[in-house]
Design a protein around this ligand. Structure first.
Ligand SMILES: N[C@@H](CCC(=O)N[C@@H](CS)C(=O)NCC(=O)O)C(=O)O
Length: 208
């Protein structure tokens, strides 16, 4: 029986984070996903009651209260139905997991901003912004390559989900970016992530 509703879209890496958590925790059958279109240029006023920021993911609970953003939703879901498994409770492992979550989410934020700028007519694009995005994305991917041993050793959790979904987004919106070149560890780690049942079932389709 469903007792929660998720404002959902197939290509959003933040929505995918939430869906991965749902599947990792065996909670997917409790959530009804409703396709909710959002755009930074044309606010979807139908979402404003649940989330004044008009962003997805937004999770509406059984009592009508809505949770956002993905950081809050994912930790809420992990608190349901038994002890949390995706968020280490304390100590260095917790800060490492939250830090990787921030790195994955920040990578998505930068990629989304980059895509919006790139999709503007070429005479209206800001080259400084495009260049800065490239620098940030390259540096983040290099840092993750350097940390891949730690990623492999740490118990699977929210940090892995956030990084995995961010790398997955590269395959959706940045298909021409050769990000795997020179990053063999991260490339292998990501292939293993995409093989997990929770990743396979949430794998984004290629955009139309
Ligand atoms: N920090 C937020 C980011 C969510 C986000 O940027 N979602 C995008 C879709 S991928 C969105 O709703 N964009 C519409 C907008 O920014 O107006 C989270 O973790 O949930």
């Amino acid at each position: 029986m469903t007792d929660m509703t998720l404002h959902w879209s197939p290509l959003s890496p933040f929505v995918r984070k939430v869906m991965c958590c749902l599947h990792e925790r065996g909670l997917a059958s409790r959530v009804q996903c409703i396709r909710t279109k959002v755009s930074s240029q044309a606010p979807n006023l139908g979402l404003i009651g649940d989330n004044p920021l008009i962003r997805i993911p937004t999770l509406v609970l059984g009592d009508g209260q809505a949770l956002f953003d993905s950081v809050v939703i994912c930790e809420y879901l992990d608190s349901l139905d038994g002890p949390p498994t995706l968020y280490p409770s304390s100590g260095a492992a917790r800060w490492q997991a939250l830090r990787w979550q921030a790195l994955g989410d920040g990578l998505c934020d930068t990629l989304i901003g980059w895509r919006h700028e790139r999709d503007r007519p070429s005479d209206q694009q800001n080259p400084a912004l495009l260049n800065a995005a490239q620098v940030k994305v390259d540096a983040t991917l290099d840092r993750l390559e350097a940390e891949v041993g730690d990623l492999n050793r740490a118990e699977f959790g929210i940090g892995h989900i956030a990084v995995g979904c961010a790398l997955g987004y590269l395959g959706v919106r940045f298909t021409a970016m050769p990000w795997r070149d020179g990053r063999p560890g991260l490339s292998q780690w990501h292939a293993a992530f995409e093989g997990r049942p929770s990743a396979l079932i949430t794998r984004p389709p290629l955009p139309e």
